[in-house]
Design a protein around this ligand. Sequence first.
Ligand SMILES: [Fe+2]
Length: 172
Amino acid sequence: MNNAKPTARLTTPTDLGANAQKDITGALNALLADTFALYLKTKNFHWHVSGPHFRDFHLLFDEQADQIFATTDVLAERVRKLGGTTLRSIGDIGRHQRLADNDAAYVDPQDMLAELREDNQRVITALRETHDLCDEHNDVATASFLETFIDDAERRVWFLYEAGRRGDPTGH
Ligand SMILES: [Fe+2]
């Protein structure tokens, strides 16, 4: 009978050390939960957007949701490569996410753009903090894809910002 914790089997060997493993996988799991929350909110707005810019916003949200979703597997597998365990369910996402859900029956399209922009900005902040953590532990592989994710998220913020402008040359 093996008395070791069942999760001991999932401890992939890594040369980064126990502290790095704990700190980085913890940060990545929180990022993963936020990423799923942002994915579903973006899809929610894709499904429920209404009004004169329907086609533009509907398509923009879908494109962004696809991009967000594509990062989830990279984050989760990185946690496993570092010997950690990752999220297992919708409930697990709910326990780890820091972004707020939006279950409102109706959201104005301009408010959708603003909310997604703020959420993506929060994700960028978390990505930068996690990148700093990776630098501290010399985890260049995680740092490398986080740089790409930051660029992707900045592009989403840019598009959400421009799509929300109302044609007034002085601003909004
Ligand atoms: Fe769709």
